[in-house]
Design a protein around this ligand. Structure first.
Ligand code: ATP
Ligand code: MG
Length: 673
């Protein structure tokens, strides 16, 4: 039995109020996520079947952590409960209902690059100028409409008029590829539940208790998904914090949480007030910043953890200096306080900042992981191999086919591919069938025909093998059969470069093995579905490794660390340049900063640079306005009291220390803990 005594009275009430709609609206670190995990354990204790329980969150990392916490509380009894992201639930839905929604087995989830390509093709086909209409922007607009499940209104003109024409073609194309995009993972299930009574009934009965974390970031489609899932019983518990709503730009609507009882009549509401995460200096800083937003539920964070350390602010000369300062400071803090690397996080506003930060961290010999951003699966060589895997599971996946048909180079030029595409359009015969039978396409040289036939034979062979043999071994054979090594040597002259890339490719085979270990029934198909979600969100990485975490403010939602560095506290980053250019809301940027501050448990360090290199040009920067919103007295030495940047000599010495420490850690197991 889970012990509810480790909860405060409001939390306990939230855990035990299991019937009917319930909203827990509360500030950061007040135990909202904890309520969800305890509820799951409590429901299991009451004898509810695990498979009747669904808990949704936004990132794989958050869903994974929830799984771990629940498993730690109730062990195997949680098996069968669905704790996943909205998108992963969407995948599950489409798998089971593929036929009802008009998809074939093995459908592909297009990644961002492919989604954009599909938009580009549609724009071109309609004769829109690509100079005028950026496929990325058009896609963002499409995504907005899909996220709200609304139709673009051509009368609005501009981009909406374009999207009005592009969208049907884009959808047609996705269908032809037997593919869906990220938004479809929510939108298609919603439409199916709302229009197909059988499907609707099936899913309305499937889960008896539904919970949603970070509810403030749901969009219109996600709201309707939740509604569809609880239609029969209304047992839905959502937790969230309007002050942490940071996805308005992606269609999240604050109204979902603020008007919860309008969407779910009869809803009860519970507020949690005490923060259990942070010391009070950190909380006061957060309170002072967020107070400047006008439209919000007034909440003031407090904790019983004492005042704790004051905040620190360091203003450095440029971004590289900033990164070095953070690295040096981090090393010192770790040693002084006997912390592990896992206790630290460095947060930044934009992905582009990560490179410089990473460099500083790496030079200091600090082990790190980047959560989100350009990751493993975005690397070209990895995407090439994954392209093969995609065509192997889904022969209709034209986007992937185009990617691999001439990589490694086989002498099939764009012209040949274009001819196949044209012929497909003219005759209505599907692209995938033509590449299987290239003799039907006029004007293809015999050599190209032969190459395509060979490729088809290879894909068929591996399709069979993946279905019956251990995936890791088959994948390694595939890498050899494709001769990736040679292809890489031709492009990358340096052996080290080739090695690194080949390692990455081989890593996919290893990933397949560990995937299989975690999911004994998992197919290649399942793996690819997982992957297309992970690449969007974040890499799982090795959760146990002792490394510091680097991530964007968006990626840090829901997480907590004893030591947090918030870098780039400058106008143009916080708030983002877009806002200075008049596009976007200062209030949302402030909420982001609030999210960042409230990640810190005990120590919060803010840094900024006076100069920053951007697009190869030096830019002079001003400190972030949000710094001014934090009272001077909360900073060690005041806001101007920059801790001195280390001198060159000091830096060198600290660098040496870092290496010494690293070796000590490697040899001594555990360093200074
Ligand atoms: P966020 O808004 O950032 O998502 P949250 O409201 O979900 O925060 P949690 O992550 O659930 O907050 O809790 C914050 C921290 O406080 C966690 O470390 C959690 O274990 C701890 N905590 C919450 N409630 C209690 C409690 N009653 N007793 C002890 N620790 C608690
Ligand atoms: Mg939380």
């Amino acid at each position: 039995m889970v012990d509810l005594n480790s909860l405060n009275p409001q939390q306990r009430e939230a855990v035990t109020t299991t019937e009917g709609p319930l909203l827990v609206l509360a500030g950061a670190g007040s135990g909202k996520t904890r309520v969800i995990t305890f509820r799951i354990a409590h429901l299991l204790d009451r004898g509810v079947g695990a498979e009747r329980i669904l808990a949704l969150s936004f990132t794989n990392k958050a869903a994974g952590e929830m799984q771990e916490r629940v498993a730690a509380m109730v062990g195997k009894r949680a098996r069968g409960a669905v704790l996943s992201t909205f998108h992963a639930l969407g995948v599950r839905f489409l798998r089971e209902e593929a036929e009802a929604v008009g998809l074939s087995k093995g459908f592909t989830i297009l990644d961002e690059g492919d989604q954009r390509d599909a938009v580009r093709a549609a724009l071109e086909q309609l004769g829109f100028s690509l100079d005028r209409y950026d496929p990325k922007q058009v896609h963002a607009r499409i995504s907005h409409y899909k996220g709200t499940l609304a139709e673009p209104n051509p009368r609005f003109g501009g981009l909406d008029a374009v999207v009005h024409h592009v969208l049907p073609l884009y959808q047609q194309r996705l269908r032809a590829l037997n593919a869906v995009d990220f938004d479809d993972l929510i939108g298609v299930p919603v439409t199916a539940m709302e229009t197909n009574p059988d499907v609707g009934a099936r899913w309305a009965q499937r889960f008896r208790y539904v919970m949603v974390d970070e509810y403030q970031d749901t969009n219109g489609a996600q709201l309707r998904m939740v509604k569809g899932l609880v239609r029969g019983h209304g047992n839905v518990c959502v937790v969230g914090d309007d002050d942490q709503s940071i996805y308005a730009w992606r269609g999240a609507v604050a109204g979902n949480i603020l008007r919860f009882d309008a969407h779910f009549p009869g809803a009860q509401m519970i507020a949690l007030t005490q923060n259990y995460r942070s010391t009070n200096h950190v909380l006061r800083a957060a309170n002072h910043v967020i107070r400047n937003n006008v439209e919000r539920h007034e909440k003031t964070l407090w904790s019983e953890l004492g005042d704790g350390a004051l905040l620190r602010y360091a203003l450095l000369d440029d971004d590289e200096e900033e990164a070095r300062w953070v690295a040096t400071d981090l090393l010192g803090q770790k040693r002084q306080r006997a912390l592990t690397w896992r206790d630290f996080a460095v947060l930044y506003r934009t992905n582009a900042q990560s490179r410089v930060v990473e460099e500083g961290i790496r030079q200091a010999g600090i082990p790190y992981r980047v959560v989100g951003g350009t990751r493993f699966y975005d690397r070209k060589e990895v995407r090439d191999l994954v392209g093969y895997l995609r065509v192997i599971t889904n022969p209709f996946d034209e986007a992937a086919y185009r990617r691999i048909v001439n990589y490694p180079p086989r002498g099939v030029g764009d012209v040949s591919i274009q001819r196949i595409g044209d012929h497909a359009r003219e005759t209505g015969e599907p692209f995938w069938r033509l590449v299987e039978r290239p003799e039907r396409v006029p004007d293809l040289t015999p050599k190209v025909q032969r190459v395509l036939k060979d490729l088809d034979a290879l894909l068929r062979t591996y399709r069979k093998r993946f279905a019956s043999e251990p995936m890791e071994a088959v994948c390694r054979d595939l890498i050899r059969a494709l001769n990736f090594a040679d292809a890489l040597v031709r492009v990358h002259k340096q052996p080290r470069q080739v090695r690194k890339r080949l390692d990455n490719v081989e890593e996919v085979a290893s990933a397949l093995r560990s995937f299989r270990e975690r999911n004994p029934e998992g197919t290649l198909d399942d793996y690819l579905a997982r992957l297309s979600l992970d690449t969007r969100r974040e890499e799982d990485g090795d959760a146990d490794a002792d490394e510091i975490s680097l991530m964007t403010l968006h990626g840090s939602k829901g997480l907590e660390f004893p030591f947090v560095y918030l870098v780039g506290c400058e106008e143009g980053l916080m708030p983002h340049q877009r806002v200075l250019d008049g596009d976007g809301e200062v209030a949302e940027e402030r909420r982001l900063v609030y999210v960042g501050i409230t990640r810190a448990q005990r120590h919060l360090t803010l840094t900024g640079a006076k100069r920053r290199l951007k697009f190869g040009k030096v830019q002079y920067r001003r400190p972030s306005r949000f710094l001014d919103e934090i009272p001077e007295a909360l900073f060690e030495g005041g806001r101007g009291g920059t801790p001195p940047a280390p001198s060159e000599a000091e830096r060198e010495q600290r660098n040496k220390d870092a290496f010494a420490e690293m070796f000590a850690t490697l040899g001594g197991g555990g360093g200074d803990r």
